[in-house]
Ligand binder design. Structure first.
Ligand code: HEM
Length: 122
């Protein structure tokens, strides 16, 4: 089954805007992803997701990122629901690592040395 990595219609700009909340109020209530607490997931959770992938123990929500990915949308769609550690390590620099961590929503249950392999990237 193919992965669905596009954002849901409910979040797209075609939606009629709800102006009941100001933009700044909205921002206040939505902490940046890197400040959110990381939850613990299993590979099964990732396999059942629409567009999460695993990079060195991190669970990364790539929903909507496919079209912004410098390495192309197909790379994201292809590795959605999977462990992309090896390919990620061989094709990214520090910028890629920073973006991956910003999109991380959790870690894999029992994964040893989360992010250790990323330390060698420069
Ligand atoms: C967590 C998921 C991913 C994130 C956040 C991410 C992010 C990025 C970023 C920020 C860059 C440009 C900076 C850099 O090279 O470090 C990049 C480039 C690239 N990415 Fe990814 N990436 C992800 C997954 C993947 C996967 C799964 C593949 C391969 C199947 C891939 C292949 C590439 C390639 C080939 C480039 C280089 C593009 C170029 O310079 O022309 N990426 N990625």
């Amino acid at each position: 089954m193919g992965a669905k990595c596009a954002k849901d219609d409910t979040t797209s700009s075609s939606k009629v805007e709800d102006n009941s909340k100001s933009k700044s109020e909205e921002r206040k209530n939505t902490p940046p992803k890197e400040k959110r607490e990381l939850k613990i997931y299993t590979m099964d959770d990732v396999a059942k997701s629409e567009c999460w992938m695993v990079v060195d123990g991190y669970v990364v929500d790539c929903t909507g990122f496919d079209k912004d990915h410098p390495g192309g949308a197909y790379a994201i769609v292809q590795y959605a629901k999977k462990d992309a550690t090896d390919i990620f390590l061989s094709s990214h620099g520090k910028r890629g690592v920073a973006k991956m961590k910003a999109l991380a929503i959790g870690t894999i249950d029992g994964y040893k040395d989360i992010g250790k392999q990323l330390a060698d990237i420069n």
